[in-house]
Design a protein around this ligand. Structure first.
Ligand code: ZN
Length: 125
């Protein structure tokens, strides 16, 4: 349905227009994700302003866009964090040894995949 921003909609009408259950709309209202007004006293009647509906849809679209997809390995070339060797763009031959502060993986070459205190880092190969 075309949403009129200045109109108030019943929860049932909102649920039908968004093709979700009434419970989903009530939950959205309870959580504050969907702005609604209560008319009358006591439990009252919940009505959702048209502009709140459009704002809610926009927020949902943003949330969907932000949902992280399955973590895939980066396709750009990476280097070994120990020796700086170019590990290329293939997942083969690179080993995840940790995570950078931004959450991206840190890689090492086969030689440096295990960081052991006893191993000689930077020693003669
Ligand atoms: Zn290395």
């Amino acid at each position: 349905m075309p949403v009129e921003r200045s109109r108030l909609y019943r929860v049932k009408a909102v649920a039908e227009s968004l093709d979700v259950s009434v419970a989903t709309i009530y939950r959205a209202v309870e959580s504050g994700a969907l702005r609604a007004v209560r008319l009358g006293t006591g439990k009252g009647a919940v009505r959702v302003p048209g502009e709140a509906i459009t704002a809610y849809i926009t927020a949902c679209q943003r949330a969907a866009a932000k949902t992280p997809r399955a973590q895939s390995e980066p396709s750009e070339a990476v280097t070994c964090v120990i020796c700086g060797a170019d590990l290329g763009t293939s997942p083969a031959g690179r080993y995840v040894v940790g995570r950078a502060q931004d959450g991206s993986h840190l890689f090492a070459c086969k030689t440096h995949q295990v960081r052991s205190p006893t191993s000689k880092i930077g020693g003669a190969a």
